[in-house]
Design a protein around this ligand. Sequence first.
Ligand SMILES: O=C(O)c1ccccc1N[C@@H]1O[C@H](COP(=O)(O)O)[C@@H](O)[C@H]1O
Length: 210
Amino acid sequence: MPLAKICGLSTPETLDAALRHGASHIGFVFFPPSSRHLDFAQAERLTARVPGSVGRVGVFVDPDDDTVERAVTSGKLDILQLHKTTPARMAAIRARTGRQTWAAVAVKTRANLGAARGFIGTADRILYDAKTPDGASLPGGMGLRFDWALLDGFDHPLPWALSGGLDPGNVAEAIRRTGAPLVDVSSGVESAPGVKDVDKIAAFLKAAQL
Ligand SMILES: O=C(O)c1ccccc1N[C@@H]1O[C@H](COP(=O)(O)O)[C@@H](O)[C@H]1O
């Protein structure tokens, strides 16, 4: 059975639903342009509800040291998911915080997968996510999916996760098709951008239990 991360939670009710229905990881977004962005006080209140058996993941876009340190401290984060961050910067953040790092790799073509190898030694996991359009305000969290066939036969250089456009209706097929050891969702369990839906969270986690 794959692990499952519910990302972009911002209320106690939806967080508790994700925990109750078996999420292995919970994601908290620290990126002001996102409708899911949390300030440090909100992060502290929410992450206090997460038991030690569940991974607390902070989602960042090429963050500065101060942002990462304040988020790690207030959110008691276990894992830092970094978008648009170079391998060198990833290594520096991992060394500075002592936290696991997940590198988001934006995928549109098979050639894009090659970026994963650049994170050997600096990331603990690769998160394959759909590439968002040039000029988009977010590098993820837009409900976009990439062609899962691009992963066929790919020799994964690190543990990995599948993300981008997953929802309760397609996650079982995604797992069967790709063999993903971890699936990650945000928009697919929302009723509107940034508004998580308890029933969709439950349905997603049930469908991911193959
Ligand atoms: O969710 C966001 O707002 C976000 C902001 C900045 C970087 C990444 C973000 N989300 C990540 O993208 C994946 C996929 O989202 P979706 O399911 O396609 O909507 C999400 O799980 C977050 O890890």
